[in-house]
Design a protein around this ligand. Structure first.
Ligand SMILES: Nc1ncnc2c1ncn2[C@@H]1O[C@H](COP(=O)(O)OP(=O)(O)OP(=O)(O)O)[C@@H](O)[C@H]1O
Length: 372
């Protein structure tokens, strides 16, 4: 397995790119640690396949380098990169047995039959398909076919990286969660560097330790699922992750204080920089509550979503969601909305522009230091 480095990577499908918009991949710099579980998450057209093809060697980037364990592989063809790929649709040989399908990548590289058997049995056991080993692949259900396809990707021990490209697309919704958790478990057991490409936030957040969120050819944030939820670096991440997504509320800055209409909003911390541009307050619905005082609002919709209730409100001409426990107020009710201050952030031109709230311990330590 390998550490993967993408250095100043850019790609344009246009022969002589002259502006930012000519690039399908704007500049990307990142390090993927050996043995990590990563997801590339973003909507259709954001550049995921372009990046995947650059990593696998199907595409040579217009600019920048790709390194495996520090070795430049930017122009190496796919067969010299030692990569395993699992695609949207199962890639298996229907006429072969499940055993022979799993054995194929190893036999293809001339591995000893004893080693082939050992690896195939281990992978089959992990995937819970040992009872299918003698069956012809043609007779398998779609989810079992995809499991075998995954097994073929995982069976070799010598690959630099295993890449999954929307692998659950053809799987029935009720079986998806099973395969999702199986993949996570497989990563923990196999400990290979894995990259999972998807536009589905649940798949990305379940699988990956680190998620790379892309929009319009740009990496907008790299973080753990918790970091992406708690502190979106960009309003796009706030929208894209979470259900419902983060409230993004246009605001006006007056003497450094944001106002939603006539209502002042308290932020998590000081504003960074000069805050010139489009200013918005970002707060997740989970941190908006119904209170005795706060932003006056009218309830426009109440949805019971199982464990919680989503209360949709209108205030100062804007739609604001609150997620609350228990039964919500009736539609049309007049309420007040309170924003949890340490979760209320300012965004300028989409990017976060407030410093994080200091945790209680940090504040205490500083106070103690000052006292000494
Ligand atoms: N071969 C190509 N020639 C020209 N433009 C391309 C080519 N492949 C992709 N693009 C463009 O590059 C951008 C990124 O596309 P890409 O397929 O990498 O995105 P994606 O996130 O993988 O989307 P999807 O999930 O729909 O595959 C898009 O604007 C797309 O139209």
């Amino acid at each position: 397995m390998a550490k993967i480095t993408l250095s100043k990577l850019r790609h344009s499908y246009v022969p002589n790119p002259s502006s930012e918009s000519d690039y399908a991949l704007k500049e990307i710099d990142l390090d993927w640690t050996d043995g990590g579980a990563y997801a590339l998450l973003g909507p259709s057209g954001c550049g995921k396949s372009t990046l995947l093809n650059i990593i696998s060697g199907l595409l040579v980037p217009s600019e920048g380098q790709i390194l495996f364990d520090g070795k430049d592989v930017t122009t190496l063809p796919p067969d010299q990169r030692n990569i395993a790929q699992v695609f949207q649709f199962p890639v298996i040989y229907d006429t072969m047995t499940v055993y022979d399908n799993l054995a194929f990548p190893l036999r293809n590289r001339g591995r000893d039959e004893a080693i082939v058997k050992e690896r195939v049995m281990a992978i089959a056991e992990m995937l819970e398909v040992t009872n299918l080993l003698t069956m012809r692949a043609a007779g398998l259900s779609p989810d079992n076919k995809q499991k075998i396809s995954m097994g073929r990707g995982l069976v070799r021990e010598d690959v630099n990286v295993v890449m999954f490209d929307e692998p659950l697309t053809v799987i029935d919704p009720h079986l998806k969660w099973k395969l999702r958790s199986k993949l996570k478990e497989l990563h923990q057991r196999v400990k290979a560097t894995m990259i999972y490409v998807t536009h589905d936030q649940t798949e990305a957040l379940t699988f990956a330790d680190q998620v790379v969120v892309m929009q319009d050819g740009l990496v907008v944030q790299i973080g753990t699922p918790v970091e992406l939820f708690e502190r979106p670096a960009h309003t796009f991440v706030g929208h894209f992750i979470g259900s419902p997504g983060m409230n993004v509320l246009p605001c006006e800055l007056r003497a450094g204080q944001p106002y939603i209409g006539t209502h002042p909003v308290a932020l998590e911390g000081p504003i960074k920089g000069d805050a010139i541009g489009k200013t918005e307050v970002g707060i997740r619905p989970e941190f908006v509550s119904l209170a005795n005082s706060g932003l006056p609002a009218t309830v426009t919709k109440v949805s019971d979503v199982g464990r919680h209730t989503v209360v949709e409100c209108e205030a100062e001409g804007q739609r604001i969601n609150a997620v609350i426990d228990g039964v919500g107020p009736a539609k049309g009710s007049a309420v007040h909305l309170a924003f949890r201050q340490d979760q209320t952030r300012l965004y300028v031109d989409g990017w976060i522009a407030t410093e994080a709230a200091q945790s209680a311990t940090e504040t205490k330590t500083e106070t103690e230091e000052q006292a000494q």
